[in-house]
Design a protein around this ligand. Sequence first.
Ligand code: 4AD
Ligand code: MG
Length: 480
Amino acid sequence: MFNKRVKIKEMLAGDKANYEATVMGWVRTFRNNQFIALNDGSTNNNLQVVAELGKFDESILKRLTTGACIKAIGEVIPSLGKGQKVELKATSIEILGDSDAEKFPLQPKKHSLEFLREIAHLRFRTNTFGAIFRVRHTLAFAVHQFFNNKDFVYLHTPIITASDAEGAGEMFRVTTLPLDGKAPKNDDGSINFKEDFFGRSTNLTVSGQLEGELAAMAFSDIYTFGPTFRAENSNTARHLAEFWMIEPEVAFNDLEDNMNLAEEFIKYVIKYAMEHNKEDLEFLAQRLEEEEKSKPVIDRSEMGLIDKLNFVVDNDFERLTYTEAIEILKESNHNKKKKFQYLIEGWGVDLQSEHERYLVEKHFKKPVILTNYPKEIKSFYMRLNDDGKTVAAMDILAPGIGEIVGGSQREERYDKLIQRMEEMHVPADELSWYLDTRRFGACPHAGFGLGFERLVQFVTGMGNIRDVIPFPRYPKSAEF
Ligand code: 4AD
Ligand code: MG
């Protein structure tokens, strides 16, 4: 059978030798007209395929170029070379796909991440991106495993919605109406969305939370894991216009239960990746160490990647209120010496990422959970605390990343929720289905959203979020 092949990872791990096997993969390098470094994406380690001198036609040898895809059959033998247990002594080599060495953009040398982003369709074939996307896979798998072990129901929330779950107005519109001024109009000149595909104005979801809450009011414990979209014009290393979010929603949980769940979850998935992607993480740790060397000493992190991950798994996250955090920031030397771009003058201001990073990286030097934010700077659905000023919100901040989780206990009291919606100009008539959960069997409940790419960034040590999703979408870019 054509596809009866052994994966390179399996072959290299095996202590078995002296058997015939077929391998397929892409040529990384071809040295001395004899040694092929072959990679099939199962591991960053290449298999050495030996094309013994004189045994192969010149016409085949000259097609063994970087990037070419080949099938090789031969004997797996103990390797004399350093760094590998076995190699394949080829008896037959077939070129499955040629790659013109002159034109293939990936050369066997170091390319910048910026350059590789421009050829995202080929960057999977580098060691760095091979490692990143295998880790991403493992983390995604661990997410499902964690919730499955706890008997949560995986809920698929809609991608096209008519609501703005966050009330922040950062939505991509979904429409089939013509754009060239021929869209049907109302008498007042506004666009008549009754004529649109769904008979109303719709958009891509910014969060599956509201629908998730509906299901939690039946299954008790649910989670979503899907793409979400934000049309915010943020050109940063931590924002994407399309990102994946994990959103558990749990009936009968309060804010503290919510924090416990989030902390346990983050530790679980990191640990899982450390156990199942050891080699890739070691490679990424090495990469990061090299990258750090080019930075000024004060910007370098104190811990290597593996130490940092171990530290997060082994230590409790620091928990404090927004009010306590503001005090720390206000009194900090950083603030007094005016080193923040946005100085902290008093209670009520939203925290900028510079403040979050100060708390996490300089003050506590560990992940931090901030709770009980002023109601004005958080979403309408968060539960109002007894002080009437703060809501039962929680954000988890991670070193090098800033906010990785946003969540809250939800406002389950109908009257209070309606009042908050009015204050924040959220149209109650469009969310009557959401309000129904507060009319029929409401209960205390809580949930959070974890930005999957920020998690992958944290675990892989990559500085730019555009490098941890296969095909990033951000302002002015939707290539591939
Ligand atoms: O804090 P956010 O906006 O919270 C929600 O959407 C809630 N509905 C979640 C919930 O309670 N179920 O977003 C949650 C997380 C952030 O903490 C961040 O990690 C990530 O989603 N995130 C982004 N990641 C990449 N690019 C963006 N533009 C992001 N916006 C938010
Ligand atoms: Mg948030």
